[in-house]
Design a protein around this ligand. Structure first.
Ligand SMILES: [Ca+2]
Ligand SMILES: [Ca+2]
Length: 260
């Protein structure tokens, strides 16, 4: 069956709501036994309205993904004094990160049970509802083939993560616009086959320079490579054949032939 042009069809982009990273290390955080002390509040992470990409401690012990632009007090970590500093000044996650990096080390990580206990002690009695920690993620960062891309083409009001169940991307055949949808929905889909095209370019150079010199050969090779790399070719192999009988010319001449 041929789909109607007004259909939405799946493409390979999805949002991994567990791809969290620490500001301090830039590493994925789900390693080892972190599940034992990094506890999500009930129903979290839920990425409400597709806008929650930073993490705050809620009720001082459990994690909740929240909009990075929200202003909350925050927890810095100072590596030189191994201390946790609660800053009772409401800032966005990025502004909090800048503050911690300027005056301490970074927004705090929680890498062990001991660190979690120290943080709980620091927050004890503060009365804060939400407090930023160093956990964040890049939304819509993964394609199904594990490549990354910053290009998006969302339809108006998308992505919206309607009722917090939409983590896969569909493509509108008529408009080419994208929308997040429920991954278990049954719709048509696009597959992709990589096509490799090989182009052979043969070039004959005539020059006064000593083409037997390794240095000259490298220079010519680099120049040919860079001029070819400026095209859309992704992989370039340059093979240089030096001919023994070169004509002496006052300027360089080149002739090319191309075949697919
Ligand atoms: Ca949330
Ligand atoms: Ca949607």
């Amino acid at each position: 069956m041929v789909p109607n042009v007004n259909e939405w069809v799946w493409i390979g982009l999805y949002d991994d709501r567990y791809s969290w990273k620490w500001s301090m290390e830039g590493k994925l955080f789900y390693v080892g036994s972190t599940h034992e002390f990094l506890i999500w509040a009930n129903g979290q992470p839920d990425c409400v309205d597709a806008k929650e990409h930073c993490v705050a401690l809620q009720g001082q012990t459990q994690m909740n993904d929240r909009p990075c632009g929200d202003s909350y007090p925050f927890l810095c970590y100072n590596a030189s004094s191994t201390s946790y500093i609660l800053v009772m000044e409401s800032r966005s996650w990025s502004a909090a990160q800048s503050y911690c990096r300027t005056y301490h080390t970074d927004l705090t990580s929680i890498r062990s049970k001991e660190e979690k206990s120290n943080i709980t002690l620091t927050l004890n009695g503060s009365g804060v509802q939400y407090v930023w920690i160093g956990l964040y993620r890049d939304p819509w960062a993964s394609w199904s083939d594990n490549t990354t891309s910053t290009f998006t083409n969302w339809a108006p009001s998308e992505p919206n993560n309607y009722i917090s169940v939409e983590y896969c991307v569909s493509f509108h055949l008529l408009s080419g616009k994208w929308s997040d949808g429920m991954c278990s929905s049954r719709v048509y889909f696009f597959c992709f086959t990589a096509v490799t095209k090989q182009t052979v370019v043969k070039m004959k150079l005539q020059s006064e320079a000593d083409m037997h010199s390794t240095e000259i050969q490298q220079q010519v090779s680099q120049q040919v490579s860079s001029s070819v790399t400026n095209t859309n070719l992704t992989q370039v192999q340059t093979m240089l054949h030096v001919f023994h009988h070169l004509h002496i010319l006052s300027s360089c001449q080149a002739s090319c032939c191309q075949k697919d």
